[in-house]
Design a protein around this ligand. Structure first.
Ligand SMILES: *[C@@H]1O[C@H](CO)[C@@H](O)[C@H](O)[C@H]1NC(C)=O
Length: 393
C-alpha cells in the first residue's frame, strides 16, 4: 500500500495489532514522502548563547530535581529549534542567568524567572503564550514586521473586514509623512504583535470604511460596527490610552500566543469560559449565539467571555476535560474560579437543542450576580458527582 513506501527493517511478525498500529504511525512520521513538507528537526547546533557562558552550565546543576532539569532542557531545545528556523532573520537568542545577572535582568525589565522576553528597539516585550516552537516562531515573525499594515485596495478591505476574532484598528491619513500617521505608528508599536493596526492613504478605501481624514476606528472583536476614537487628530499617548481602556472585549478568543496574559486578566477571580469548536456544526452554532450575546451586552464592563476553540489547544483538551469534568466534544459554557480551577457548567442536555441567546443571557446574569457560583456546592457531602437536584429557593 502507498502508506509504506519506506523499507521495513527488523522482524515485525511477532507484533500484535496494536503494536503494528503504533509502528505504522511512527514509520509514517519518520518517512519522507515528498520534499516540500519537511518539519524542521533540531540539528543539534548551539545557537542560543548564554550571556555568561561559564555560568550557564551551572544553571543546569541548580536543578537537582530531575523533572525541573528536563523541563529546562525541553525549553532550551524549543528555543534552539526556533533559533535555527529563524537563523536568517537576524534575531539573537540569549539566556540570562536570573541570579548571577540580576542587575542586568532588572535593567532590561526581565522580572519573572523562567519567562521569555523580546527586546525590540528600546522596548521589552514579554512572551506570555504557549511555549511551543510554532507559536514562538509565529510570534517573532509578527514582531519583526512593520507595526502597521497598509490597506490599498478593495480586496484588501475585504481581507481586513474578515478579521473578526481580534481587536483591530484602522486609520486614514494623508501620507506616510503625516505626523498623525507617525503617532499612529508609534502607538502600534506598543501593542505589536498582539493588536493589529492598519492604515490607508487611499480615499476610496477610506470612503468604503467611512473613515474621515486623520480618524482612527477601533473594532472590538465580533462587533459589526467600529467605534471612532473621539477627538481626532490624536497623539501617540491618546491612542495608547484609548486602546488600553478598551482592550478587554466582551467576547475574546483564547490564543496560544497570549493565553497566559488573557487568563491572568480575570474578573474578580473568575472567568466565564465557553468551549466551542468552530469547525464543528454545533460548535459553530454555539459561537454564533455567543456573538449575539456579546453584541447585546457590549456595554457591560463586567462581562468578558473567554472563548476557547479546543482545536487551538490539542495538548490541553484532556487536562480540561479532567479538571472541569466536561465533555469537550460538545459546546460548553461555565464559570471557572482561577484560584483553584473549581467550576460550574451550564446544563446543555442536548447539543441539537442549544440554549438561545436569551437563555444564555439569563444564565450569565445569574453568574454575574453571584447566584450561580463555584462555591455553593463546596460543602455538600459526598462527591459522587451525580446529584442533579434542583435547589430552588
Ligand atoms: C475561588 O476559590 C478560592 C479558593 O477556594 C476562594 O477563596 C474564592 O472565594 C473563590 N472565588 C470566587 C469568586 O468564587
Amino acid at each position: 500500500p502507498p502508506y509504506f513506501s519506506c523499507t521495513l527493517k527488523g522482524d515485525f511478525s511477532q507484533m500484535k495489532r496494536t503494536h503494528l498500529f503504533i509502528a505504522g504511525l511512527y514509520l509514517l512520521a519518520s518517512c519522507r514522502a515528498e520534499e516540500g513538507l519537511n518539519f524542521p528537526t533540531y540539528d543539534g547546533k548551539d545557537r542560543v548563547v548564554s550571556l555568561t557562558e561559564k555560568n550557564f552550565k551551572q544553571v543546569l546543576k541548580k536543578y537537582d530535581d530531575k523533572v525541573a532539569q528536563k523541563q529546562f532542557q525541553l525549553k532550551e531545545i524549543v528555543l534552539e529549534l526556533v533559533a535555527q528556523v529563524l537563523e536568517h532573520k537576524d534575531i539573537g537568542f540569549v539566556m540570562v542567568d536570573a541570579k548571577k545577572e540580576a542587575k542586568l535582568a532588572k535593567k532590561l525589565g526581565f522580572d519573572e524567572e523562567g519567562s521569555l522576553y523580546v527586546l525590540k528597539g528600546d522596548r521589552t516585550i514579554e512572551f506570555d503564550g504557549e511555549f511551543a516552537a510554532d507559536v514562538l516562531v509565529e510570534f517573532l515573525l509578527d514582531l519583526i514586521e512593520d507595526p502597521v499594515e497598509i490597506i490599498n485596495s478593495k480586496l484588501e478591505v475585504q481581507a481586513f473586514e474578515r478579521i473578526e476574532d481580534q481587536i483591530k484598528l484602522i486609520g486614514f491619513f494623508k501620507s506616510e509623512e503625516s505626523e498623525y500617521y507617525k503617532a499612529f505608528e508609534e502607538a502600534a508599536e506598543h501593542f505589536q504583535p498582539y493588536i493589529k493596526f492598519f492604515a490607508t492613504f487611499d480615499k476610496g478605501v477610506a470612503k468604503k470604511l467611512s473613515l474621515k481624514m486623520n480618524e482612527v476606528d477601533f473594532y472590538e472583536p465580533f462587533m459589526d460596527e467600529p467605534i471612532a476614537i473621539p477627538d481626532k487628530p490624536y497623539t501617540e499617548e491618546e491612542l495608547v490610552e484609548f486602546v488600553k481602556e478598551h482592550q478587554r472585549p466582551t467576547l475574546r478568543r483564547l490564543r496560544p500566543e497570549d493565553m497566559f496574559e488573557t487568563w491572568e486578566d480575570d474578573l474578580n477571580g473568575i472567568h466565564i469560559v465557553a468551549f466551542a469548536e468552530r469547525s464543528d456544526p454545533d460548535g459553530y452554532e454555539f459561537l454564533e449565539i455567543l456573538k449575539q450575546v456579546a453584541r447585546d451586552n457590549t456595554d457591560n464592563p463586567d462581562l468578558s467571555i473567554v472563548w476557547i476553540d479546543p482545536d487551538d489547544f490539542p495538548l490541553l483538551v484532556a487536562y480540561w476535560e479532567k479538571t472541569f469534568k466536561i465533555d469537550l466534544f460538545k459546546p460548553q459554557i461555565g464559570v471557572v474560579n482561577v484560584t483553584d480551577a473549581d467550576s460550574v457548567w451550564m446544563e446543555i442536555p442536548d447539543d441539537d437543542d442549544l440554549p438561545t441567546a436569551e437563555e444564555l443571557e439569563d444564565w450569565i446574569e445569574d453568574v454575574l450576580s453571584g447566584k450561580i457560583n463555584t462555591e455553593d456546592d463546596d460543602n455538600e457531602e459526598g462527591d459522587d458527582g451525580d446529584d442533579d437536584e434542583d435547589d430552588d429557593d
